[in-house]
Design a protein around this ligand. Structure first.
Ligand code: ADP
Length: 264
């Protein structure tokens, strides 16, 4: 890895976003300042309507900020054309969603290859396959490469989605309620995977409603009415692996609600 740990991967300065026009204008973001350094694991929280999705869309280069500045790895996103923004998104960002967003008719491997098809640099077929296999191995699913999503448990599907998000070696990973559709034990497993990847240096930005999930992060940012009202390190950051183990002790085999690990 050539990137230096600790350098700013995201710098938002006075970012505003307003929807609509005239009397029906809604100020979704009202001057957000946010600096995210490489290697952080950030939880973005806040009540419904506080601006989390709007912020995600801007961070994910899906939407352009209004007044204000967004530097992604030093690139001024607001100045880019729509196409250039899409390029930046494909090259630099990985997305993970609550409902996985996998293509149902293709294998895990092909799902993971997908973002590379849109990568601005040409990648050979063989290299495509190699990188996809490596990403699946990283999330512990090398032996499920040929399975289709409906042959995988929810947790396994989310792992495939995480492998897909990793495959272009992104500057950061944006995860929107990634455990929202998973049971407690599987949620801990997925958070453990994020923590492991974060330990390896990956920057993770997680949007979550669940305070329990934010305790696995290194820092919490809380939005309210389009503003950052709290931004602080997590005191006593928890290990998701430890919580999963504790869960197993409290729910001996036969009693857990967890999905089966074998789903072929
Ligand atoms: P959250 O994700 O925290 O629920 P949002 O970013 O979705 O918050 O919304 C912030 C504010 O912007 C809310 O008042 C919401 O109603 C408004 N908003 C979001 N998207 C749009 C849109 N496309 N058009 C008009 N208003 C919107």
């Amino acid at each position: 890895m050539t990137d230096q740990a600790g350098e700013a991967v995201v710098a938002l300065e006075g970012v505003h976003k307003t929807y609509g026009s005239g009397g029906s204008r809604v100020a979704a973001l009202r001057g957000v300042d946010l600096m995210i350094r490489r290697g952080e694991m950030l939880a973005v929280m806040g009540p419904s309507g506080s601006g989390k999705s709007t912020l995600m869309n801007i961070l994910g280069c899906l939407d352009r900020p209004g007044p204000g500045r967004y530097l992604l790895d030093g690139v001024d996103v607001a100045r880019l054309s729509r196409d250039k923004r899409a390029d930046l998104r494909n090259r630099k960002l990985g997305f993970v969603f609550q409902d996985f967003h996998l293509l149902s008719r293709t294998s895990a491997l092909e799902n993971v290859e997908m973002p590379m098809l849109y990568h601005p640099d040409r990648i050979t077929r063989r290299e495509l396959r190699r990188r996809a296999e490596e990403a699946l191995e990283r999330v512990g699913l090398a032996d499920r490469a040929r399975h289709h999503p409906n042959q995988l448990s929810g947790g396994q599907q989310q792992r495939v989605a995480i492998a897909r998000a990793l495959v272009n070696n992104p500057a950061f990973l944006l995860a929107d309620e990634p455990t929202g559709n998973l049971d407690t034990r599987t949620s801990f497993e997925i958070m453990d995977l994020f923590q492991e990847l974060n330990k390896e240096g990956l920057t993770v930005i997680l949007v979550t409603h669940e305070p329990e999930m934010s305790r696995f992060c290194s820092r919490v940012v809380v939005l309210r009415d389009g503003r950052v009202v709290r931004d602080e390190p997590v005191a006593g950051r928890q290990s998701a692996k430890e919580l999963r183990d504790a869960f197993d002790r409290e729910h001996p085999v036969g009693e857990t609600l967890s999905e089966p690990s074998e789903a072929s």
